[in-house]
Design a protein around this ligand. Sequence first.
Ligand SMILES: Cc1cc2nc3c(=O)[nH]c(=O)nc-3n(C[C@H](O)[C@H](O)[C@H](O)COP(=O)(O)O)c2cc1C
Length: 336
Amino acid sequence: MLDLFYRLARPLLFKLDAETAHEFVFRGLPLVPWLVRGRRPAPSLRVRIAGLDWGGPVGLAAGLDKNGVGIPAWAALGFGAIEVGTVTRHAQPGNPRPRLFRLAAEGGLINRMGFNNGGAVALAANLGRLRDAGGWPSVPVGANLGKSKVTPNESAVDDYLHSVSVLRGKADYFVVNVSSPNTPGLRELQEREPLTRLLGAVVPAAQRTPVFLKLAPDLEDDALLTAVDVALDNGCAGIIATNTTISRPGTSGRLEQFGGLSGGPLRPLARAKIAAVLAAVGGRAPVIGVGGVATAADVRDYLTMGCAAVQLYSSFIFGGPGLPSRIHAELASAAP
Ligand SMILES: Cc1cc2nc3c(=O)[nH]c(=O)nc-3n(C[C@H](O)[C@H](O)[C@H](O)COP(=O)(O)O)c2cc1C
């Protein structure tokens, strides 16, 4: 029923500006758990990552639900895990609109949202309300943390620590995001010294909550190696690779110049960088593969490479609400 509705509504939604369509869809999210039932992945697909039981290997990537307002809907649609955020210490409006663009032919998106979010305190309140109401899903919910635009890089550690302190005990895992391209200077925090200072503070502050590091596909392989070593030396539970790219591979025509590219055109680059991350990690920790995942074959490919699980965002926009459960069903039917 929901899938049929999406198929009918999609041509209209795609006529709207991408962010307007997003806002329209979000208004309907409270209805989703009533409209769909029983989309839990088959038990054979469960994966354990950093002590957390993913319902299946396909998780929702960060950025779709910045403020954690749709968690019951994402769980009902069958995602194996849900990452909310990025949130920052300070609520902020993000960049001026338009800031989200579809590349419909390639199944890609370009965004320069700039961490529009209600702040860590508001996310903590949303998560707390869900827990108190008994609505916490049976799959893990991670909180992805970034730096506020007003905070200079020298004070980045305090900014992240503030978010950790208000969200500790509320989220099942944390992600330190130093890889979004739309906050000036953020990606410099991927370098050895600043990253050591940041993770050296955040991981102990998170206490028993596992902390993942999310990396950019625009890093050279040696820089990825350094970041992975710093992450694992400082107690990170795993790596998430990759975020969007500032490059424009596999695209044609006049494109938005500023912003991160995701979806189909990102996949070859993300795949190469995931391979580099897997080599650097060398089996010491789980790697979650992100970038251009749209089919069960894509998931199988990343898992065969050595990823513990995958996440997706862009293909969900093009494939609709049935995508995660379709992929999980196909994986389960092919499982030995
Ligand atoms: C509109 C949009 C907003 C995003 N916002 C965030 C974000 O806030 N934090 C983050 O870590 N990644 C963010 N991402 C990146 C995704 O989580 C993911 O890493 C990237 O899109 C690659 O996956 P995909 O090809 O499946 O979309 C965003 C992506 C898109 C398209």
